[in-house]
Design a protein around this ligand. Structure first.
Ligand code: FE2
Length: 229
């Protein structure tokens, strides 16, 4: 276990982001007044946006992580791949449920919203179990068969494959979801100014000015001035 702390981890940061994004969407949906048009539209959008990111994340793992596991770690990806197929079906079912809620008659809205909330809660719960398996079983298999440079190359391939707008949304969940030292490590000296700005804005929006300033203070004077303007 001590060894894992010093190894490059493909799952830890992005899964913290996904846990925050999923629980935020679930809680928003649970507290929604289904008869308030604006609130309903916002909650539906939050869930829809979460499902879109979950679909991209799942596809990234299918395209880049599972082939790496299959290449050197026998059938280590088998359970995750099976669960991904289930999650794809569940994402579609939840999307259908959101569309049904949008079209539901006023008398049916709150009942439908409650059923959908419970379905969403189970989806999130299944994802928590799923991510734990990936972070422990899959990551251990990868560490046994890949060195950190190879793992970073896989991660870079994932990052390069993601559209900038989608990446900005991942960044928006990632920075508020991780610890301050992890935020600092995600913004090395050579980080692009746009990334620094996105990260500071995300921390400001979700955690407040104090945490935003704490992260800014860890950067060079030039960057702080550029982003504080
Ligand atoms: Fe996964």
């Amino acid at each position: 276990m001590t060894r894992s702390a010093s190894r490059h981890d493909l799952y830890a940061i992005i899964h913290k982001a996904m846990r925050l994004c999923m629980t935020d969407a679930l809680v928003r949906f649970g507290r929604m007044d289904a008869d308030d048009d604006e609130e309903r539209a916002e909650a539906i959008e939050a869930v829809r946006s979460m499902l879109d990111l979950a679909a991209v994340h799942l596809e990234d793992e299918n395209r880049f992580v599972h082939p790496a596991l299959a290449a050197r770690c026998a059938d280590a990806a088998e359970r995750s791949a099976r669960e991904h197929a289930e999650h794809e079906r569940e994402i579609e079912s939840l999307r259908t449920g959101l569309r049904t809620l949008e079209r539901a008659a006023p008398t049916e809205r709150s009942g439908h919203a409650l059923r959908l909330y419970r379905q969403l809660a189970l989806y999130v719960a299944e994802n928590f179990v799923h991510m734990h398996h990936e972070e422990t079983h899959n990551m251990r298999a990868l560490w046994a068969h890949y060195d950190d440079d190879e793992l970073r190359a896989i991660e870079q391939a994932i990052v390069a494959s993601i559209e900038p707008q989608t990446m900005a949304r991942f960044v928006g969940w990632m920075f508020p979801a991780v610890s301050h030292p992890e935020r600092v490590a995600l913004l090395p000296e050579e980080a692009p100014p746009e990334l620094v700005e996105l990260a500071l804005d995300a921390v400001d929006a979700r955690l407040g000015r104090r945490e935003r300033d704490r992260l800014a203070a860890s950067r060079s004077g030039t960057v702080i001035m550029a982003c504080a303007a």
